[in-house]
Design a protein around this ligand. Structure first.
Ligand SMILES: O=P(O)(O)OC[C@H]1O[C@H](O[C@H]2O[C@H](CO)[C@@H](O)[C@H](O)[C@H]2O)[C@H](O)[C@@H](O)[C@@H]1O
Length: 264
């Protein structure tokens, strides 16, 4: 599905006006938003100018990264201690001044995730190019580098492992299948948790969320009525975003412009 929404860069004045007297709070996805999609997940390094824009912005407004990756992984890629980080799609959150939160119910699914990881390691070992990425509260099965004719087999293996444990559910994204806790917690809930914890009321603050993938839709939906949702590129489902940015280059331009606006 090719979404076509007004461009956020071209409409930055409108976005700024939308905020009125409210202060902006920035929430960002990582892969496909702050870094371009690459074939090796470990190589998705943060470009220097994006780091610098995030660092500058975090000195004037609250900035949080809400990612599907493991929180520690995302922290080491970004490495700015003034940001808030939510990993494993929001199950694991940290921030400045010792903030830490792990979604309580999620902890009960750790044995299931451990078992599923073992099964997947064994069953996927003959699928060349497949990559298993264990996050604390999720497991990603990457198939970007798997031959087309082996992808269905990989998908069936993931389904089989999922069916053996009702504590887990399936997630999907760009050339990836995920096993996640079968709970009503996601990026949108993490965003709302952070707003509440930081005492950022809807009346005084306007959240801006920027993301590129299906899992970002939970956050875009959560802020639809009182925030600004920006989709990067497109994905194959309906979007709750209002604006769009073409790619990660436009994202960094948007961040730089936002910073200039806020320091005027
Ligand atoms: O929520 P995000 O921060 O966007 O994380 C989503 C997944 O991103 C990573 O996988 C994706 O990016 C890789 C690097 O560009 C790419 O190789 C892969 O095909 C993409 O699916 C990450 O590895 C996953 O753990 C995240 O869930």
């Amino acid at each position: 599905m090719e979404q076509k929404l007004p461009n956020a860069l071209q409409n930055i004045n409108e976005i700024y006006e939308l905020s009125g007297d409210k202060k902006a709070v920035l929430f960002l996805d990582y892969d496909g938003t702050l870094t371009p999609i690459v074939s090796d997940p470990e190589e998705a390094k943060l470009p220097g100018k994006t780091r610098s824009a995030l660092e500058q912005l975090s000195k004037i407004i609250n900035v949080a990264v809400i990612s599907g990756r493991d929180r520690k992984d995302i922290l080491s890629f970004i490495d700015i201690n003034t940001l808030f980080y939510a990993g494993s799609h929001g199950f694991d959150i940290s921030g400045p001044d010792g903030m830490e939160m792990q979604y309580e119910e999620g902890k009960k699914t750790l044995p299931s995730l451990d078992k599923a990881e073992e099964k997947l390691k064994e069953k996927l070992k003959n699928i060349k190019g497949s990559q298993l990425e264990r996050k604390k509260y999720a497991i990603a099965v990457h198939y970007r580098n798997v031959q087309e004719e082996k992808v269905d087999e990989l998908k069936s293996i993931v389904e089989e492992v999922l069916q053996s444990d009702e504590k887990l559910k399936k997630g999907s994204g760009k050339k990836i299948l995920e096993l996640k806790p079968n709970l009503n917690w996601h990026k949108g809930k993490a965003l709302q948790w952070l707003m509440k914890e930081l005492e950022l009321s809807k009346e005084e603050y306007m959240p801006i969320f920027i993301g590129d993938d299906i899992t970002d839709e939970d956050a875009l939906k959560a802020i639809k009525d009182y925030g600004v949702g920006i989709l990067v590129g497109s994905h194959d489902q309906e979007t709750h975003a209002t604006y769009q940015l073409k790619d990660t280059t436009e994202v960094v331009e948007f961040l730089q412009k936002l910073q200039q606006r806020l320091t005027k």
